[in-house]
Write a protein that binds this ligand. Structure first.
Ligand code: PLP
Length: 502
């Protein structure tokens, strides 16, 4: 126990004179705290005002050259007043972000964030905890999220998990874990150079490119990833999958991993996860689910049944920053048997020695579960988000986005000028304005897309569905409403009709 006298002795005394050549009382803390607090409150209020009035501004607008130029200044030797920099933030940064917080944003697959999440980010930054390890309560907060995810996905108590930047890295971690589980820890020392076992992995043609990237980065190679065609529902064809596994086994390959998708990036298709789990079990393969946005559909009673089988996965990658509405970034990897995660990443060093007491207690640490040592406190904004809204309200938001997608689908199907290009399973809708020959239609829809984005009212993104260029509305944002869907439809029709009339 440290006595208070000992702490008193550490306080600077009046008339303290530095024994150093520099002024050792100088720090980066404010010299005028009351003035700083006023400025801080103004900054907070401005940002809250921004979130409150999102709909009154464009989703996105092109960055003027003048603004871009302001970010090419030389490295500053002297500081600038905080209030002045904040004004620049307001004038030159805020209006020119991509706008995924805006209710009219429907591009790619991006969450909208919340005011609660923003406050939590501020608190985490204030605490400045490095949650790579050591005995501190932020690690308990992260473990709390693990327990909640174990409950949500019906995983056993043996599970472990880790916050990472996003699903791209979570998928990479999963492939590494599956590789080590198959080849043994020896692969961490020997690498793959002298390995004669030819491992193969399997995923669908609709899988995100980061799955193939993970094969590349782990040294297994993209050719070792078998890309299996999809069925009419854009799900992996499980008959072809099984046949491919059998053919590889017969040819001397060693199948080790199936990556299923719970919400493909293009169209939001959910693979038959129960069927994948059964194939993985019968062939003794690792079963990983890329649930980047779809996995948190477990929060919605309407979506959860579509994910049946996810509870049998060996690992799940997903993002709280998509359907979970936690501010960027907050990806997560959940592993059924946490020992595999430790086997893949834990290492011992003198400088990260563990103790039974003191700051180095509490092993294993998060740095034993993934490649990061220094890590921000992503768990805090997730804890605040789940804690403030509860799973029911978060689930309702997910259900709402799916209902909006169905509403959009019905609008498309009611209008002969429009064509739905893929089944709508979750909250992504791919469609086009129908316009004669393929090339003409593709060019027109690509032009419509740019015009929509430049309009600042609604902003989908584009993709290709077979030979068709598609307008892709990924409705992820809890702020989006039927009004945004109506705007989208109306603008597409206006732009298409305008083209037709000329
Ligand atoms: C299915 C799927 N997998 C992986 C990713 C990559 O996730 P992140 O951008 O968080 O790395 C995405 C992103 O949209 C996705 O939709």
């Amino acid at each position: 126990m440290v006595c208070s006298n000992a702490l008193d002795a550490l306080k600077p005394k009046a008339g303290h004179v530095s024994r150093l050549a520099v002024n050792d009382e100088e720090s980066l803390d404010p010299t005028d705290w009351p003035a700083f607090q006023l400025q801080a409150h103004a900054m907070l209020d401005d940002m809250l005002g921004h979130i409150q009035t999102l709909r009154m501004r464009p989703v996105w607008q092109a960055v003027p050259d003048r603004v871009r130029q302001t970010f090419t200044e030389a490295l500053p030797q002297q500081g600038t007043d905080l209030a002045q920099l904040h004004q620049r933030f307001l004038s030159d940064v805020v209006p020119y972000s991509v706008g995924n917080a805006h209710p009219g944003f429907m591009g790619w697959v991006q969450g909208g964030g919340t005011a609660v999440g923003m406050l939590a980010e501020m608190l985490a930054a204030g605490l400045n905890a490095n949650v790579g390890g050591r005995d501190q309560i932020p690690l308990a907060v992260e473990k709390q999220i693990l327990r909640w995810m174990v409950e949500l996905f019906k995983f056993p108590a043996t599970a472990n998990g880790l916050f990472v930047t996003g699903t791209s890295i979570a998928n990479l971690i999963a492939v590494l874990i599956a590789r080590t589980a198959r080849l043994g820890q020896v692969v961490r020392e020997d690498g793959l150079t002298h390995n004669t076992r030819r491992l193969t992995a399997y995923t669908s043609a609709g899988a995100h490119v980061c799955v193939s990237q993970a094969m590349d980065l782990t040294g297994l190679g993209t050719h070792a990833l078998r890309v299996i065609p999809v069925n009419a529902q854009c799900q992996i064809d499980t008959v072809l999958l099984h046949a491919a596994i059998k053919a590889d086994q017969a040819a001397g390959f060693e199948p080790f991993l199936i990556v299923g998708s719970a919400g493909t990036v293009d169209v939001g298709a959910v693979d038959d996860l129960a069927a994948l789990a059964a194939i993985a079990a019968s062939e003794n393969l690792w079963f990983h689910v890329d649930g980047a946005f779809g996995a948190l559909g477990m929060l919605s009673p309407q979506v959860a049944p579509l994910l049946a089988g996810i509870e049998r996965a060996d690992s799940i990658a997903f993002d709280f920053h998509k359907w979970g509405q936690v501010p960027y970034d907050a990806g997560y990897i959940l592993v059924r048997d946490g020992t595999h995660q430790l086997d893949t990443f834990a290492k011992s060093t003198t400088y990260l020695q563990r103790d039974a007491r003191g700051m180095s207690a509490g092993s294993p640490w998060p740095c034993d579960l993934g490649p990061d040592l220094s890590r921000g406190f992503r768990a805090l904004k997730t804890w605040f988000t789940i804690g403030t809204f509860g799973t029911e309200q978060l689930g309702r938001m997910i259900t709402k986005t799916c209902e909006l997608a169905q509403y959009l689908k019905s609008k498309i199907q009611q209008d002969s000028r429009l064509e739905l290009l893929a089944p709508v399973s979750l909250s992504i809708v791919c469609f086009r304005y129908v316009a004669g020959p393929l090339e003409t239609a593709n060019q027109l829809n690509a032009d419509i897309l740019i015009a929509l984005q430049e309009s600042g009212v609604v902003a989908p993104s584009g993709t290709w569905i077979g030979p068709h260029f598609a307008l892709r509305a990924a409705i992820m944002n809890h702020r989006s409403t039927a009004i945004d869907i109506d705007h989208l439809i109306q603008q597409v029709l206006n732009l298409g009709d305008e083209w037709r009339e000329h």
